[in-house]
Design a protein around this ligand. Structure first.
Ligand SMILES: [Mg+2]
Length: 348
């Protein structure tokens, strides 16, 4: 099923004009619209589901050594899977992948999204003293009280800190497996994706980013084209908070709008650069992920979300094999992704 009908596409094409900014750059959605007739990829939906998960981990591990670096400071060509991260071997993924793996295990074992179960797993993971935990996530997980509503701690932290510092990318960074699990039941993501974000990231813009990314992942797994998947996701969140900025960033992130400045780590930067990456027709997954890391900023997370989308688009075979060979825990991650497939098949 395509979540984007012809009318919705036309609506989106008019949005930029109505909102007063110029479409027409390299990522012009109207121009992309003419590419909708490109033949579908030959990968099967299961290849694309696995590709999304492995793509997330690959992008995460690729970007890890360059996290919070200015674009100018990143070598070109990018040393891929050559440098350590926090003293750990090259190819080690970060918290993005760790939380995505908890999400996959929870989804598979609970037979669907279970906020309380996922939160419990995250609290257990934090207690294991992982090398890297997002600041907001750590604060929220430290406040979780057993038996309370799963989004209570996130709401309290959001109220204490205020929206200026509470719209980080800590929920969008690992949301892709939710899109995979509900690939053939995408209508459920309109409710589940915001609820998923709200267990750590209460801010409405985080919920918008997660909803758009999971819907796009789901669309790619089903076999939708670039334009159907990305435009469909943007149209689906059109009335949510932050949607206008997200749509702007799909055009402008990394070009007119740098993403390696003081507000790096903003959820809409990450969703915007990743959806933009998924639209590109002129480069393969490897080139896209190198380019996304080269923009600097929150490189591991930006590349994790971009990797999840291009992996869902092109399938496992579209990911660079030499990188997969160097990905730490690749086989375990793949096994967890395979355990998601029965869920992902539902509704097909
Ligand atoms: Mg990370």
């Amino acid at each position: 099923m395509c979540v984007c009908d012809e009318g919705a596409r036309n609506d989106l094409n008019d949005l930029g004009t109505r909102r007063g900014y110029q479409l027409g750059g390299p990522y012009d959605l109207r121009r992309r619209g003419r590419a909708a007739s490109i033949p579908a990829m030959t990968a099967t939906w299961t290849d694309r589901a696995l590709g999304s998960v492995l793509g997330l981990a690959l992008g995460d591990a690729l970007g890890a050594p360059f996290e919070f670096t200015r674009s100018e400071e990143i070598p070109d060509p990018l040393p891929a899977f050559e440098r350590p991260w926090l003293g750990l071997p090259p190819g080690t993924p970060t918290d993005d992948t760790a939380m995505a793996r908890s999400l996959m295990r929870s989804l598979a074992e609970r037979g669907g999204f279970d906020a309380g179960d996922l939160l419990e797993r995250h609290v257990g993971w934090l207690a294991s003293e992982p090398p890297d935990v997002g600041a907001l996530t750590r604060r929220v997980l430290s406040m979780v009280a057993p038996g309370r509503p799963p989004d209570e701690a996130a709401r309290l932290v959001w109220e204490q800190r205020g929206p200026e510092v509470s719209a980080g990318n800590g929920s969008v960074m690992y949301c892709a497996p939710l899109g995979v699990a509900y690939a053939h039941r995408p209508e459920q993501l309109h409710e589940l994706a915001p609820a998923f974000s709200a267990i750590t990231h209460w801010d409405e813009r985080c919920r918008t980013a997660v909803t758009a990314v999971t819907l796009a992942v789901a669309a790619f797994v089903r076999g939708d084209t670039r334009i159907e998947a990305v435009q469909g996701a943007l149209v689906a969140v059109e009335d949510r908070e932050g949607a206008e900025e997200l749509e702007y960033l799909v055009e402008a992130a990394g070009t007119q709008r740098r993403i390696d400045g003081p507000d790096q780590g903003f959820c809409l930067f990450t969703a915007g650069i990743a959806l933009q990456a998924a639209l590109r027709e002129d480069e393969n997954a490897e080139r896209t992920l190198r380019r996304v890391v080269g923009f600097g900023g929150d490189t591991d997370t930006n590349a994790a979300v971009a990797g999840a989308l291009v992996g869902a688009r092109d399938g496992l075979a579209g990911l660079p094999e030499p990188w997969l060979e160097r990905l730490i825990d690749r086989d375990a991650i793949r096994a967890e992704a395979e355990a998601l497939l029965p869920l992902a098949k539902r509704g097909r």
